[in-house]
Write a protein that binds this ligand. Structure first.
Ligand SMILES: C[S@@+](CC[C@H](N)C(=O)[O-])C[C@H]1O[C@@H](n2cnc3c(N)ncnc32)[C@H](O)[C@@H]1O
Length: 378
């Protein structure tokens, strides 16, 4: 059976998620603000959850209708075939959203939708009381210009929760954002990768997962794994395929260093949990002591910025050290994510490309300095 799905993406990363979806062979891929839609069966749903590196979540689209009064919202919600999805003991929560709609009270919409679904299920299962102690169903009811759209979250925890980073140092990057930042560079698995301010190691770990072709969701579970509608064999098969796809023999050259020895210990522990222990060369050292390991490498990093992470003069000193490191070899590319609006001025060179991205609620820019391309192999 073919369903319609939406992979949600952070602002600015839709094109990256679209590229990943196409690479997975997903069908009818299209992009809207913050969303990448595709169609497929449950195997595609499993594949998308296991493999999409930069998406936030994968939702199953249930349908939409117009509603500008609470009555309309209640009646039309109640008329939807909820028992197709939610079993008698299913636990379900409703997350509401309302943008430019007459029904603007999100808590009121949420409780009306929840009540309408409960009424529907009680009538369908001929029961007075919903036990709600079974598998979990997170329903999103999003109103946009009076159109209510319903989706079911197939992922559960956000896809950034790969399962390898239980602990992080201050200001860690989301794993999904780290993967996207890497994908926006010219780095390919045969090239050297470096993060000289790697903190808990997110960027080098994501690079290693890409280089070894390890599915980012391989070591975690997903909400739809508990759903009785989805045959367990579908998940088992998708996981078997993902294990078989790992490039176990490939030895990428990936480096991560940080001035904080505790961060490096954490990065090592995280990389081991991610299944790439021993693949990355981690080193506790200050940026000023870092030397470029070879040529045609790609550095990706988010240096400290803001009161929590360093004073202005410390940060400026760090940029100067970064400049002297990377300007020594023009085969290297440097990619910096920062909320520092004056990064280019402080670094002393205009970036070859700059794109706006959001890191949580913070507006950040991604500054890209492209190095020479490696010579083509004969
Ligand atoms: C924003 S955090 C990086 C977070 C990292 N991407 C992660 O996901 O965990 C910045 C890091 O820069 C490190 N740092 C600050 N000054 C440094 C220096 N002079 N040399 C090397 N690392 C430094 C800090 O210890 C911190 O871990």
């Amino acid at each position: 059976m073919v369903f319609s799905f939406t992979a949600t993406a952070s602002f600015g990363l839709e094109a990256v998620v679209k590229r990943e979806a196409l690479a997975l062979g997903l069908k009818n891929v299209s992009v809207l603000d913050g969303k990448v839609n595709f169609t497929g069966d449950f195997s595609d749903m499993a594949k998308a959850n296991l493999w999409l590196r930069s998406a936030d979540r994968v939702h199953l689209n249930l349908g939409s209708f117009n509603a500008s009064t609470f009555d309309e919202l209640f009646e039309q919600t109640k008329a939807m075939p909820w028992s197709d999805w939610i079993p008698e003991n299913g636990r379900f929560t409703v997350i509401g959203k309302s943008v430019r709609s007459q029904l603007h009270s999100v808590p009121a919409c949420q409780s009306i939708v929840k009540k309408a679904i409960a009424e529907n299920l009680k009538a369908k299962y001929k029961i007075e009381w919903l036990q709600e102690d079974g598998p979990e169903y997170k329903i999103q009811a999003a109103l946009l210009k009076d159109e209510a759209t319903f989706t079911l979250d197939t992922s559960g925890q956000g896809l950034h929760k790969r399962g390898y980073r239980e602990q992080a140092m201050s200001a860690p990057l989301r794993e999904t954002a780290a993967a996207a930042l890497i994908s926006l560079t010219y780095w390919r698995k045969g090239r050297i990768f470096l993060d000289p301010v790697c903190g808990s190691g997110t960027l080098p770990i994501e690079a290693a997962l890409i280089a070894k072709n390890i599915a980012p969701g391989l070591y975690r579970s997903f909400a739809a794994e508990q759903w009785p509608q989805v045959d367990r064999k579908i998940w088992t098969h998708a996981r078997h395929e993902a294990y078989a796809a790992i490039d176990a023999d490939f030895k990428p050259e990936i480096y991560g260093s940080d001035i904080d020895p505790e961060a490096i210990e954490l990065a090592k522990a995280n990389s081991a949990k991610a299944g790439v222990g021993g693949v990355i060369i981690f080193d506790a050292k200050a940026l000023e002591d870092v030397r470029l390991p070879g040529s045609y490498g790609v550095a990706v990093c988010n240096p400290p910025y803001g009161e929590r992470l360093g004073t202005v003069s410390e940060v400026t000193k760090l940029y100067a050290q970064m400049k002297s490191l990377f300007s020594a070899d023009d085969t290297w590319s440097l990619n910096v994510l920062t909320a520092d609006e004056f990064f280019e001025e402080a670094y002393g060179r205009k970036a070859d490309a700059k794109r706006k991205l959001f890191s949580g609620m913070i507006k950040t820019d991604y500054y890209q300095y492209h190095g020479q391309r490696p010579p083509k192999k004969p």
